[in-house]
Write a protein that binds this ligand. Structure first.
Ligand code: GCU
Length: 417
């Protein structure tokens, strides 16, 4: 049990002292306008957004924040490791598919854990998200492969173990999701890139190095970029999965994996809906607000997450050419859902809401209803009817059944289920 708690504990943010948690102490700030070009020209219509401003913002995030994702396409190889048509008491077909990044026999790989709801006619919509501890932590099921990749828990010297099985099950209420007719797909983020500052020697980056290159350039991808890339590769595989409607894949992520999901959704417009769960700094929360985690802190604690250029904004958030509302605007016109938790001050719940609100003018320009509320909604009073949804729930930095229920309600509306 202690091990389980330790593992889950690593996914939960504390509230480190020495940072601002007082709304009255948030300094004044001015956000860059997503609908004004860097040279000051206003964006007058949808075409100008799509052809000029959207690529400009995407380019700024790639250059200054997350780093550019390589354009080279690797040939993926897949191997179905096993199929069980009677998983979860017959509710689901469980599949485990190994995805090799490249043709080499020793190429790195990620394992997809796929649950398809049984007895549903036609292709089903799906929820896709990475997990923190290995696929075997998402369910107590003994058939799920235990990852051999590095894991965050020191308990077993950074190796996954049988004892972690099901440790994150509360974040993955699979039965509830299957019963609502959605497929669920997850992969372990450490299969794509181990989450420590390893000088970028492991993970997928080396597959893309030019001859002689040993680490990414200052404007090339960090770990968040790699995890985002992995999510797109998962979608490549799902496009070939006959039971899934790949035009209805909902991408979700918690915390650092929420940051990665947003960056993946911004770059890859095949994702139908994007959900940010407690993604905080570098995710949905506005950097300029200086509430909870700061740019300097995230770049110090996690120097490998963002690109080299991003370090120049430590304590200089106001000089950034973008802020996180513009990342959210890159999801437009597709549905976007942002949610927060009351006790998650580190992630700045209000800053996450204001990030969503800041994306709203872009949705409106594109003829979509955007976010239907102007004020931070009351706790557990979700705003589900716009193209941008939002809720704040009671409790801690976590993913709960309450969150999943709102996400599915939101997705149902957009998929007209
Ligand atoms: C840390 C980090 C956050 C991150 C979180 C997580 O708390 O500072 O930015 O979201 O870890 O991923 O759990």
């Amino acid at each position: 049990m202690i091990i389980l708690l330790l593992l889950i504990g690593t996914a939960l943010s504390a509230q480190p002292p020495g940072f601002n948690y007082d709304e009255a102490k948030v300094p004044k700030y001015t956000l860059p306008d997503p609908l004004v070009m860097a040279d000051g020209t206003p964006v007058k219509d949808e075409t100008m957004w799509r052809k000029q401003r959207r690529p400009e913002i995407l380019g700024l995030f790639a250059e200054q924040v997350y780093g550019h994702t390589p354009k080279t396409r690797l040939k993926l190889r897949t191997e179905t490791l096993e199929i069980d048509k009677g998983s979860h008491g017959g509710l689901a077909t469980r599949k485990q598919v190994r995805v090799w990044f490249g043709p080499a026999a020793d190429a790195p790989f990620m394992d997809l854990l796929i649950y398809l709801p049984n007895g549903v006619k036609g292709r089903v919509p799906a929820f896709l998200g990475l997990n923190f501890g290995g696929n075997h932590t998402t369910q107590p099921d003994t058939e799920i492969r235990v990852t051999k990749s590095w894991v965050r828990s020191k308990v077993n010297n950074f190796q996954a173990s049988e004892k972690d099985r099901g440790a994150e099950a509360s974040l993955w209420p699979i039965d509830m999701i299957l019963k609502r007719g959605y497929a669920v797909i997850t992969a372990y983020y450490g299969d794509i890139e181990p989450d420590f500052d390893d000088g970028y020697k492991n993970g997928v980056q080396p597959l893309f190095y030019k001859p002689g290159q040993t680490r990414p350039e200052a404007n090339e991808w960090g770990s968040l970029g790699e995890w985002a890339w992995g999510l797109s590769r998962a979608l490549d595989v799902l496009e070939k999965e006959k039971a899934i409607d790949s035009s209805k894949v909902v991408l979700h992520g918690h915390s650092r994996l929420g940051k990665a999901a947003l960056w993946a959704g911004a770059q890859d417009e095949r994702f139908a809906i994007v959900i940010s769960n407690d993604s905080g700094e570098g995710g949905a929360a506005l950097a300029r607000r200086r509430f909870g985690e700061t740019t300097a802190r995230i770049n110090t604690s996690f120097p490998h997450w963002f690109d080299g250029n991003f370090k120049q904004y430590n304590d200089k958030e106001d000089s950034m050419p973008v802020d996180q509302h513009m990342l959210l605007a890159l999801i437009a016109p597709r549905p976007l859902y942002v949610n927060s938790a009351v006790e998650d001050a580190w992630a700045d719940p209000r800053g996450e809401f204001l990030g969503a609100l800041g994306a709203d003018p872009v949705y409106r320009l594109l003829g979509m209803p955007g976010l239907l509320v102007n004020e931070h909604p009351a706790v557990e009073k979700p705003s589900l009817d716009g193209t941008i949804g939002y809720h704040i729930r009671n409790g801690k930095h976590d993913v709960t059944s309450y969150d999943w229920t709102q996400w599915m309600n939101f997705a149902d509306r957009h998929f007209k289920k």
